[in-house]
Design a protein around this ligand. Structure first.
Ligand code: SF4
Length: 87
């Protein structure tokens, strides 16, 4: 496993202080990655590619599926629902 990213740090929106990438990739139940890891790290490096490479497939898929929807997608859905209700 490539551990070169482990010492990168950023401010955690959940904890309010700085955390390392190592913390983010191990801080959830059963030492798996925090569900916000894509959102928090995509601007620093290609975190999707990294996790895809180093996580077991089932863990990676679980993370992808728990990823909150991008705001735009949720907005579009809300608009569609509103349209349906008014038609
Ligand atoms: S991935 Fe999770 S633990 Fe890491 S900075 Fe984001 S919210 Fe905090």
């Amino acid at each position: 496993m490539d551990k070169s990213k482990d010492r990168l740090e950023r401010r955690c929106p959940r904890l309010g202080g700085d955390v390392s990438f190592y913390y983010c990739r191990t801080s959830s139940d059963d030492s798996s990655a925090c569900w916000k890891i894509f959102d928090c790290w995509w601007e620093c490096f290609d975190v999707v590619d990294y996790l895809n490479k180093y996580l077991p497939k089932d863990k990676f898929n679980k993370l992808v599926n728990t990823k909150p929807k991008p705001k735009m997608a949720s907005l579009v859905e809300l608009i569609e629902q509103a349209k349906k209700r008014s038609s």
